[in-house]
Write a protein that binds this ligand. Structure first.
Ligand SMILES: Cc1ncc(COP(=O)(O)O)c(C=O)c1O
Length: 405
């Protein structure tokens, strides 16, 4: 990868005194092509796609169709109809959880490291519909415990309806073996939903090869506009599911006493959409498609190795997850002793040297609460980050730790 050339595409990286942006697990920076596509919508075709037949409407409809096709290609989806635009991965996961029919006692398995977006909807279903949500414990180093998973699948027997797991955790960057998990889940007749918010931006994903049923992703973590996400699902399942937002766009027609539902994806895209966002999504995915996603993954691991080596021996610091950075992608998430206030240090990193990281519980409250930790300080790299960025993080963070101790 030619980093200088890539970085020149990102206006946020081309300012005087560029920041070391290491909060990519939350939201990524956007290239010119994405920013321009947003502005192009408002400037050149500020109409309504999918309904109006005038030239603005037609231009938007065509462009959205193109974005959907690009996404389908990126994930090797068998049909463009299987790509649903949503507001974010949270919306996608809610659509899966609340769109399927549940019987009391149906068992859903997640792990003990899920983002709230892949935990709270299941807890809500437990409260409201009596499903039985169970948590598969990870090994001590936060890696996936296949034996525990298999035992819990067997214990669940024919009550197992759903296995829903993040492919890569935002807490620690640890990846779970989705293909193997899916095989076991399928042997038990369960559906598999993958929270791909942290995997889709960083590694190749082929939904057919994984053998899964649903894949939720977050377009603002993939160079795309804020407030954009997506859901891939098997067409037959999507067509049999209930939409969680009914209204305009979601029906073939309606009568005073009944509706005839549209098919996927229209059925799930109720109301006037974020057209600028959908159009710019095509640009974001085009950009990612030109990169080699295996190289992206390797680059992030190399940067993480520098970060991990640089901080692991500091007093009062524990890296969450396995010691080996190669098992944590681009995420270096640090538990800090009580003497080290994560939010203050994160602020200081930005003020002193323009290093931007995340502090807190990263919406994985359950993991922290269960262990009695306040939170962590998380640095997360992307393909446009340089060795200089991560060294800057290590140096400033080391100085901050010494200053506080
Ligand atoms: C693993 C994981 N799942 C779900 C989400 C929620 O994504 P979104 O903000 O697109 O709803 C995130 C966001 O950080 C995440 O990291």
């Amino acid at each position: 990868m030619d980093l200088d050339k890539l970085r020149a595409d990102f206006p946020a990286l081309c300012q005087d005194n560029p920041v070391a942006y290491l909060d990519n697990a939350c939201v990524t920076l956007r290239p010119h092509s994405v920013i321009n596509a947003i502005s192009d919508y408002y400037t050149h075709s500020p109409g309504c796609g999918g309904r109006s037949v005038h030239r603005y409407g037609t231009a938007v409809s065509k462009s959205i169709g193109k974005s959907r096709k690009t996404l389908a290609g990126f994930f090797n989806a068998p049909s463009v109809n299987e790509i649903v635009f949503t507001r974010n991965a949270t919306h996608s996961l809610n659509q899966v959880a609340k769109g399927l029919h549940w019987d009391k006692g149906d068992i859903v398995l997640t792990t003990d490291r899920e983002h709230n977006s892949n935990l709270v909807p299941w807890l809500q279903l437990e409260e409201e519909h009596g499903i039985d949500h169970r948590v598969v414990p990870s090994k001590d180093d936060n890696t996936f415990d296949m034996e525990a998973f298999e035992a819990m699948c067997s214990e669940a027997g024919d009550k197992l309806r759903m296995v829903s797991m993040s492919q890569i955790g935002n807490l620690d960057g640890v990846q779970v073996p989705i293909r193997q998990i899916t095989k076991i889940a399928k042997d038990h007749g369960a559906l598999v939903c993958v929270d791909g918010a942290q995997s889709a931006p960083h590694m190749p994903v082929d939904v057919q090869d994984l053998g899964i049923d649903f894949f939720a992703f977050s377009i603002h973590k993939m160079l795309g506009p804020s407030g954009m996400g997506g859901l891939w699902g098997r067409e037959d399942l999507l067509n049999s599911m209930r939409t969680i937002q009914s209204g305009g766009q979601t029906v073939k027609t309606s009568h005073y006493d009944r509706v005839e539902w549209a098919k996927t994806p229209s059925k799930f895209e109720g109301g006037l959409g974020h057209f600028a966002g959908m159009m710019a999504t095509g640009e974001a995915i085009d950009y990612l498609s030109k990169l080699n996603m295996n190289e992206v993954h390797e680059h992030e691991i190399r940067l993480n190795q520098i970060m991990s080596r640089g901080v692991k021996d500091l007093d009062g610091i524990t890296i969450i997850g396995p010691d080996d950075a190669a098992k944590r992608g681009g995420i270096c998430s640090l538990l800090l002793d009580e003497s080290l206030p994560a939010h203050d240090i994160a602020l200081l990193l930005d003020e002193v040297s323009g290093v931007m990281v995340r502090s807190g519980q990263h919406c994985v409250h359950s993991w922290f609460n269960n262990r009695g930790y306040n939170g962590s300080l998380r640095a997360s790299a992307y393909f446009y980050n340089t060795e200089e960025d991560v060294k800057r993080f290590v140096d400033t963070f080391s100085e901050a730790v010494q200053a506080f101790q």
